[in-house]
Design a protein around this ligand. Structure first.
Ligand code: IPT
Length: 977
């Protein structure tokens, strides 16, 4: 029997009561209280109980705040499930086994806080927070991604020590509406602090700053003790210039009999002349200070804000920022960290945003909850358009909850508190009501609240847009589908029935080796009025750094245990199932454009080029036409250098003078080079870098590499007159001193995540493409030439392969063909594979690079002379899969440090890969750390290679990137260096 006195905070089991969204929690507001506060971050006494009503034990351990206990050595480990809830109970119920963290610490309340109003702020706790001070109940809060404040005045004594206890219950009714696609954790994941204000204080400040320079600051004032004292007033200044008090508003308020003595309202105004407007390209900010004065003029409270003047409107079917139809080059971002799980620092967030800026992104959707508050400060400062999303995703029980009145309060509460917190950020251009929660009356209620409270921004909700892009109902001003096929978007934009801007809230799923057809999407978006962009899913691969020996998260001590996307020996990036969960969604959590340590994946370079602010529009006679593709900026912040790459020569460079161009303008620029007569295929690249330091990039950072071909290649004039000898074995396989495995036909690749989840991998397995049986049909020898015909017998059909090996001066020409029967209409690749001796560790090539590229993800890899160590060619996707390919390769050498090696010249630009892994090596393991590199190189030369697409969640690649049945021909020459 537990004879402890009944605790009101637990007695009503608030963790299974959706009607209880909070108890005695203070209203959300936009006043920043961090300056002058007492931080309570650090080690807290900690106990993990098996259930919220379990008795406290005797033994305390410690846990670091902010942080998730699931990442700090408890037996309650992270768990990944996407849609399905991790327990069977139906909303609002939760399992009896319900990990509950009890955090406790002493807090010295400063003596000088006597007479002040003392407030506790808990940055975020998931999913229910119960607060006690010195054993007395203080309050309750839900919403794992917004701060909760509680008034401790009268409960703590200035000059004395108080014991603060924060009880965090992991599973609750709220978990059912926090069913986002991410790891489940438990803990206090954002900072905790204590602050004091004068009883007479600013309860909230709302800033409205328009692009015409009109500034309105609305202040709400309260006195903790009750009625406001006589004579208070507010003042303010913007960049040092005093604001005007809105006397007319004061007069109207004074005459309004509804206005009581308990709530003070005041307005400040300014009309800023020659205002520098805010947009994502030039995020101009002004400093605003608001002061609340007592009658005698002394200052009772101060609030500081950074203000951006800008307008967001929807006109017709266009979303306009400052009157411009801007493109939304967005990404979905979670608060994620591989060492802490969910807790991110200011520096982490800055690093995220700096990286995104450098790769051409201009927008963030805070998937799927309000991100850490500092994110929005950084977005204001660095320049991002933010779709701010409320913490609502009821994926597993979406239909039941959307209309469940018990959850009505929670929906409105979550949306309203987000708006109250973030309303002053110029970066926030759209409010989102949440994610994947069906569509019901609860959404319309939340939308109604926002429309009344903040008429200055559009509202969006994908679940509403689902019912019809032209008529999403009350809850969405934007047609914001997810993973809609491009042809459907185009059809809608061209239909004549479009009424809303079309901005996909999620598209181009970045799981593993992915994001095929991104350039095709953008070509269509930029060419089609009505289409305005979207948000790639997603920024991070959420791999948690894990020790392999004991399966524990490395935690905060794991700093530095990774490099270039790869976990240090003895460690790996954990995904679903790696913490012993039997029910999980595997590597679906690893679907970002950056690795868990923020190393950019190759798609980032693709994106950078697609978003290029300056582009080569055309090549005419002796010049090129350059265009400015920004919305607000000229080119003066950029500098350029021309590079001329000759296939049969080197790369010449010359400084480039960028023309003065306003957004949307083009100009012809003379060619800086006389293109030499010889040298074969010629490419001109404009290497565009930052001319000076930008807040997100030092001077000289590459911004884009637009390119144009000046001269095509002449088809190689092979002389096929045999000269020398060709050695083959009894099976007709080439015997060569540098090859450990002869060139044979390859039809398969290690399935990418898209291949697996899109069903291609299964089909290829059924067809037996991985290891067909090779049967020699004929080997015909003539002087200096061997012609080998073989059949590759697959369950799905027989592929006839012909290989003619001709010895020529100093080398070998390999002419090949493969005939795929109709049944094999969509294979991974058709090409040659061979393996080399060890020691050939450097690849030099003329073709696209230097980073990985594939047929449908090749817009960002310029053609040129590239060189990389073989070990750096491979991209370490978390779940090993086809990787390391280079598109458009014309020729390459593979050499040892003593410059011996081999040289390969291709008949035309082809997909090539050089790695340490056979396709089967990759397909056989689940994690990168299980791969054992081979000493030699595995070389693929593909006549055709299937595009990547995005079929792990969304559309597959386009038909034009598939490998067709029928006859494929290719040829290449092999020489010894
Ligand atoms: C969509 C989700 O909104 C997102 O959180 C993530 O799960 C993404 O898919 C895939 O990684 S929902 C999906 C069922 C279309």
């Amino acid at each position: 029997m537990n004879d402890a006195p009944l605790d009101p905070l637990t007695a009503l089991r608030p963790w299974a009561a959706p009607e209880v969204t909070s108890w005695r929690r203070l209203p959300m507001n936009a006043v920043d209280r961090r300056p002058g506060a007492v931080p309570l971050d650090g080690d807290w006494h900690f106990q993990l109980l098996p259930a919220p009503d379990a008795p406290l034990g005797e033994v305390w351990s410690s846990s670091y705040v902010p942080g998730a206990w699931t990442m700090q050595g408890t037996d309650d480990l992270p768990r990944y499930l996407n849609i399905r809830m991790p327990f069977a109970e139906f909303p609002p119920d939760v399992p009896a086994a319900n990990p509950t963290g009890v955090y406790e610490r002493g807090v010295d309340v400063p003596a000088e806080w006597a007479g002040r109003r003392i407030v506790l702020q808990v940055g975020a706790a998931e999913s229910v927070l119960l607060v006690h001070v010195d054993g007395r109940p203080v309050g309750i809060s839900k919403d794992s991604h917004l701060a909760a404040e509680f008034d401790l005045t009268g409960l703590v004594r200035p000059g004395e020590r108080a014991t603060v206890r924060l009880t965090v219950v992991k599973w609750s009714d709220a978990s059912h509406i926090e069913d986002q696609d991410q790891w489940w954790h438990g803990g206090i994941t954002r900072s905790v602090l204590l602050y004091a204000v004068d009883p007479l204080h600013l309860a909230d400040v709302t800033v409205r700053a328009r692009r015409d320079g009109d500034l309105l600051v609305e202040c709400r004032v309260r006195d903790a003790g009750g009625p406001l004292p006589e004579g208070w007033y507010v003042s303010g200044e913007l960049d040092g210039q005093p604001l005007t008090q809105d006397a007319e508003f004061d007069r109207a308020n004074a005459e309004d009999e509804r206005v009581s003595d308990f709530l003070g309202e005041a307005r400040l105004r300014a009309a800023v002349a020659d205002v520098r407007t805010w947009n994502a390209e030039t995020p101009e900010l002004y400093d605003l200070t608001v002061r609340l004065h007592r009658a005698d003029g002394t200052v009772a409270d101060t609030s500081r804000h950074r203000v951006g003047f800008r307008d967001v409107e929807i006109v017709g079917r266009d979303l306009l920022v400052n009157g411009e139809r801007v493109f939304i080059r967005g990404v979905n971002r979670h608060d994620f960290h591989p060492l802490t799980g969910r807790t991110v620092t200011y520096d982490d967030m800055r690093a995220d945003l700096v990286l995104l800026k450098r790769f051409g992104f201009n927008a963030i959707r805070t998937a799927h909850y309000p991100n850490d508050p500092a994110l929005y400060d950084l977005a204001d400062e660095l320049g991002f358009y933010v779709v701010d999303e409320a913490d609502i995703e009821s994926h597993d029980h979406a239909h039941e909850i959307a209309d469940d009145p018990r959850y009505l309060g929670a929906f409105v509460d979550r949306v309203a508190r987000m708006v109250l917190r973030d309303k002053n950020h110029p970066s926030v251009i759209i409010w989102s009501l949440g994610n994947e929660s069906d569509y019901g009356a609860n959404h319309d209620a939340a939308a109604g609240w926002v429309r009344r409270h903040d008429p200055t921004r559009p509202v969006q909700y994908e679940g509403a847009a689902k019912r019809g892009w032209a008529d999403p109902g009350l809850a969405s001003d934007i047609a914001c589908p997810m993973y809609a096929p491009l042809e459907e978007c185009l059809a809608h934009a061209l239909s004549g029935t479009q009424t809303k801007p079309l901005v996909q809230c999620e598209y181009s799923h970045a799981m593993g080796n992915s994001n095929g057809t991104l350039a095709d999407h953008w070509a269509a978006i930029e060419a089609t009025p009505g289409l305005q962009g979207g948000f790639i899913w997603e920024f991070w691969d959420h791999g948690i750094l894990q020790r392999v020996n004991d399966g524990r998260p490395a935690g905060r001590g794991g700093a530095g245990l990774h490099d270039n996307g790869v976990a240090a020996p003895g460690h790996r990036w954990a995904y679903g199932g790696d913490f012993g969960e039997t029910d999980h969604d595997g590597a679906f959590i690893a679907d970002g454009v950056v690795f868990p340590d923020r190393t950019p994946k190759p798609v980032m370079f693709e994106h950078r080029e697609i978003a290029a602010p300056v582009r080569i529009e055309a090549f005419r006679h002796e010049g090129v036409v350059l265009g400015n593709h920004q919305h607000f900026r000229g080119l003066e912040w950029l500098s350029g250098e021309w590079e001329l790459s000759l296939a049969e020569g080197t790369t010449l460079t010359a400084p480039a003078e960028l023309p003065v161009l306003r957004p949307g303008e083009t100009a012809a620029v003379p060619l800086p080079f006389v293109v030499p007569e010889d040298g074969g295929e010629a490419w001109l690249t404009l290497r565009v870098t930052t001319a000076g330091d930008e807040p997100w990039a030092p001077r000289g950072t590459v911004v884009c590499l637009p390119q144009v071909r000046l001269r095509a290649a002449c088809p190689p004039a092979h002389t096929r007159v045999p000269d020398g000898t060709v050695e083959v074995d009894e099976d007709g396989l080439l015997v060569h001193p540098l090859l450990t495995s002869a060139p044979t036909l390859s039809l398969w690749r290690a399935p990418t995540d898209n291949d697996v989840l899109g069903g291609m991998a299964d089909r290829w397995r059924d067809w037996g493409l991985e290891a067909p049986t090779r049967e020699v049909v004929s080997v015909r020898r003539s002087p200096g030439r061997v012609a080998v015909v073989s059949d590759y017998l697959c369950a799905g059909g027989t592929v006839r392969h012909e290989q003619v090996l001709t010895a020529v001066d100093g080398g070998l020409i390999v002419d090949e063909s493969a005939e795929l029967p109709e049944a094999l209409h969509d294979v991974a690749r058709v090409g040659t594979v061979f393996e080399t001796v060890a020691g050939l560790n450097l690849l030099e090539w003329f073709g696209q690079g230097p980073w990985e590229s594939y047929p449908d993800r090749a817009a960002g890899a310029p053609v040129g002379h590239h060189r990389l160590p073989v070990d750096e060619l491979f991209t370490p996707y978390l779940r090993p899969q086809e990787s390391g390919g280079r598109h458009g390769v014309r020729r390459f050498t593979l050499s040892a440090p003593d410059t011996t090696g081999l040289a390969v010249r291709l008949d035309r630009a082809r997909q090539v890969s050089v790695t340490r892994h056979r396709a089967a090596d990759l397909a056989d393991v689940a994690h990168h750390d299980e791969l054992v590199p081979r000493a030699g190189c595995v070389v693929h030369i593909d006549a055709a290679h299937r595009g990547l697409g995005t079929a792990s969640c969304g559309p597959d690649t386009f038909a034009s990137y598939l490998v067709a049945a029928g006859v494929h021909r290719w040829s290449w020459t092999l020489r010894v260096l």
